[in-house]
Write a protein that binds this ligand. Structure first.
Ligand code: AMP
Length: 600
C-alpha cells in the first residue's frame, strides 16, 4: 500500500494526463497481477469494482471520529486541519503518526474492505477501519480514507487507468476500454490484458453497464446542428433504468448501478416474456394506461407525421415525476401503491439481444431490434395480483382491465428535419406531460458512461443545474428542527474541486426534508452549530430565474431565485454539472437569446 500511496502522490503532482498514465503504467508493471488488479480499482477511486453492489457504508462522521481517536487530536485542531486541507484523507495524512512496523498490502486491504462491507453493526465496521488506520503509515492512511470516501482527488479517472493498463501491457487502448465496459471491472480487465485475453471479455448479464448520457442544447437549431439523421423521442421524466433479462429472470439497475428491481415488482413479469435474453435501456415512469392499450411498436423510419403522433397517444402517457416519487425509497410496495401509481418501463434502446452485443451497431439498427423485441400485446403486462381489486369493492371488472400495473412501452420515435418540426415535437411532448425531447444520431453507436453529442436533450426549463450539496443549515419557523437550507456547488473545470454557486431553501416535501436531515446529520464533516459542512454526495436539480456574476460564492456566480426542483438520487456527485455548464448558461442569457425568450 505504501508504494500505491507514493504513486498517488506522484500522480497528484502533475496535471499532464500523459504523465499520469505513465506513472500508473510503471506502477502496475512493478506489481504482481493480484496487486495490480486491486490497485487498478483503487486508483479509479473505488473500493470495489463498478459493477458490484458492495459498498463500505462508512460515513464521513465515523471516519472523522476514528481519525480523531487514533491521532489524539482535539476537535478544534482537527477542524482547523480540515479547513486547511479541505478533505478528510489529507487531514488523516497530516494528523496521524508514523509508527514502527506498520504495513498492509493492497491485497490485504481489499479483503478488509469486503469485511467492512459485510459487517452489519457500526461497532464492527469501526473496529475494522480502526485496525486498518493503525496498521498503515500516515501517507497510506491519506489515500485509504480517500478511497473510502470515494474520491482520490488526484485527477485520475477510470478512463486514465484503462489507458495506463493498455500502456503497461501493450494493448490497444480501445480494446482495454471495451473490455472494461463489458465486464464493468478495471481489475478484471487488467487480468485479461495481462493474459492477452481482452477479446474474451463478454457482456455479462446482471452486471450493469454504464449508461449513455446526453448533452444539453439551448435551441432547436442547435439540436439539428450536430448530425445528419436525428431520431427524436420524448424525454420522459422518471428514473433511468437498465433491464437485464435472462432465462426468465429480470433485474433493473439504476444509473448508479444499484439494483432497483424491488421497488417495481410489477415490471419483471412483463419483461420475462421477452423472446430472447436482452439488456434494454429505458426510463421507469409513472404511467397512465389507456383504457385499451393498443400498439407498442413504432418504427424508427417513420417520418414525422400525425399518424405517429396518434399512435403515441394510443400508448397512454407518463404522469409527473411527483407521482413516481410516491413509489420511491420504499422497501415494500403495497397493493394500493401498485394500483394507484402504476409504472411502465419505457424502452428506448437495446444493448444486447440473443447472444449478441449491439452497442457498436448504429442506433438505426438497434432501434429495429428493439421494435422487434417489444411488440404485440406484451406491454399490456399481467393483471395477476389485480384479481382481488374487485373484491375490495371499489373497482369493477372493467377497471381491473384498465388498472393493470406493469408494462413495457416502446418509446415512440419521431423524425424532424427542420427547427420548426422540432419545436412542434417539443410542444407536443410537453402537451403529453413530458419534459422535452431527446434528439439522437441514428448513425451513432451506444457509448456506455459517456456524455457526447450523439444524444442531445432539449428540456422545458433550460436553466437547471445539477449541483452537489456542500453545507446545510437548520431552517426557520416550522423548519426549525430540520436541515432545510442547502448550500450547493458545481465542479471546477477539472472536476477536482467543488465551487459553491448558491443556496436554496428547500423546495422538497416534508418527508424528503426529514430523510435528508437524517442523512446530513450522519454525514456531517464539520459541525459549526447552526451550519454543517457535509459530505459532498447529495445531488439536487435546481432551477433559477437567471444568473449573475458575483463574488458571494467561490464560483464567481450567484443564482437569482434558486429553487430545488428535486433530489437526484440517481446521480452521483461526479455527475453534477461543472462551472463550464454554468458559464454556458450565463453567456446564453444575453438579450435576444433563447433563455430570454423563455422568460428567464
Ligand atoms: P438529465 O437527467 O437531465 O441529464 O437527462 C438525461 C436523462 O433523460 C437520461 O439519463 C434519462 O434518464 C432521461 N430520458 C428520458 N427520456 C429519454 C429518452 N427517450 N432517451 C434517453 N434518455 C431519456
Amino acid at each position: 500500500m505504501r508504494k500505491l500511496a507514493k504513486t498517488c502522490e506522484a500522480i497528484a503532482a502533475t496535471t499532464k494526463k500523459l504523465q499520469k498514465t505513465t506513472i500508473v503504467a510503471e506502477y502496475l508493471k512493478s506489481c504482481t497481477t493480484d496487486e495490480a488488479a486491486v490497485s487498478a480499482v483503487f486508483l479509479s477511486g473505488k473500493a470495489f469494482p463498478a459493477w458490484e453492489e458492495a459498498t463500505l457504508q462508512v460515513g464521513g462522521a465515523l471516519l472523522w471520529r476514528l481519525v480523531q481517536e487514533i491521532s489524539g487530536q482535539t476537535e478544534t485542531a482537527l477542524t482547523a486541519a480540515y479547513r486547511k486541507h479541505g478533505d478528510l484523507g489529507a487531514v488523516a495524512g497530516h494528523v496521524l503518526q508514523e509508527r514502527p512496523g506498520q504495513s498492509l498490502s493492497v491485497v490485504e486491504l481489499s479483503k478488509i474492505f469486503r469485511e467492512i462491507a459485510t459487517a452489519r453493526r457500526t461497532e464492527a465496521k469501526s473496529a475494522l477501519v480502526r485496525d486498518v488506520l493503525t496498521r498503515v503509515s500516515p501517507l497510506e492512511a491519506k489515500y485509504i480514507v480517500k478511497i473510502m470516501t470515494g474520491d482520490l482527488r488526484i485527477g485520475l479517472k477510470e478512463s486514465l487507468v484503462e489507458e495506463a493498463i493498455a500502456k503497461a501491457y501493450g494493448n490497444p487502448p480501445a480494446d482495454v476500454q471495451r473490455a472494461s465496459m463489458l465486464v464493468g471491472d478495471v481489475g478484471e480487465t487488467l487480468r485479461l490484458a495481462v493474459g492477452g485475453k481482452l477479446a474474451e471479455a463478454k457482456m455479462r448479464m446482471f452486471h450493469p453497464l454504464g449508461f449513455m448520457l446526453a448533452s444539453p442544447i439551448e435551441s432547436a437549431e442547435e439540436g439539428l446542428s450536430y448530425f445528419a439523421e436525428p431520431a427524436v423521442e420524448d424525454k420522459y421524466d422518471g428514473i433511468r433504468a437498465q433491464a437485464h433479462v435472462s432465462g426468465g429472470q429480470v433485474r433493473f439497475f439504476s444509473r448508479t448501478r444499484d439494483e432497483i428491481t424491488e421497488s417495481f415488482p410489477e415490471l419483471p413479469d412483463t419483461l420475462a416474456g421477452l423472446p430472447v435474453d436482452a439488456i434494454l435501456d429505458g426510463e421507469i415512469v409513472a404511467w397512465e394506461y389507456p383504457p385499451d392499450p393498443k400498439q407498442t411498436r413504432e418504427v424508427v423510419d417513420e417520418p414525422f407525421s400525425e399518424e405517429a403522433e396518434a399512435k403515441a397517444e394510443g400508448l397512454g402517457q407518463a404522469r409527473p415525476f411527483s407521482v413516481l416519487q410516491q413509489r420511491l425509497g420504499r422497501k415494500k410496495v403495497s397493493e394500493r401503491m401498485l394500483r394507484e401509481f402504476p409504472v411502465a418501463f419505457v424502452a428506448f434502446d437495446v444493448l444486447y439481444a440473443a447472444g449478441e452485443v449491439l452497442i457498436d451497431r448504429p442506433l438505426r439498427e438497434r432501434a429495429r431490434v428493439l421494435d422487434e423485441l417489444v411488440k404485440g400485446p406484451k406491454h399490456r403486462g399481467h393483471t395477476g395480483s389485480q384479481g382481488n381489486i374487485g373484491r375490495q369493492g371499489e373497482l369493477g371488472f372493467e377497471e381491473v382491465e384498465r388498472s393493470f400495473t406493469g408494462g413495457i412501452v416502446r418509446a415512440p420515435v419521431f423524425r424532424a428535419v427542420s427547427a420548426e418540426e422540432l419545436e412542434a415535437l417539443f410542444s407536443a411532448a410537453q402537451a403529453r406531460g413530458n419534459e422535452g425531447l431527446m434528439i439522437k444520431d441514428l448513425a451513432s453507436s451506444y457509448s456506455p458512461g459517456k456524455r457526447g453529442k450523439s444524444w442531445l436533450k432539449m428540456k422545458r426549463e433550460l436553466a437547471t443545474l445539477d449541483v452537489v450539496v456542500t453545507a446545510v443549515e437548520f431552517g426557520h419557523g416550522k423548519r426549525v428542527g430540520v436541515l432545510s437550507d442547502y448550500t450547493f456547488a458545481v465542479w471546477d473545470a477539472n472536476k477536482d474541486r467543488l465551487l459553491n454557486i448558491g443556496k436554496a431553501y428547500s423546495g422538497l416535501t416534508d418527508v424528503e426534508i426529514a430523510e435528508m436531515t437524517k442523512w446530513f446529520l450522519e454525514h456531517t464533516i464539520e459541525d459549526q452549530g447552526f451550519r454543517r459542512t457535509v459530505e459532498p454526495k447529495v445531488v439536487l436539480e435546481v432551477a433559477f430565474n437567471n444568473m449573475m456574476e458575483s463574488d458571494r460564492h467561490e464560483s464567481g456566480y450567484a443564482l437569482r431565485f434558486p429553487r430545488i426542483v428535486r433530489l437526484r438520487p440517481d446521480k452521483s456527485a461526479e455527475e453534477a454539472d461543472t462551472i463550464e455548464r454554468a458559464r454556458g448558461i450565463f453567456s446564453s442569457q444575453t438579450p435576444g437569446s433563447k433563455l430570454d425568450r423563455k422568460d428567464l
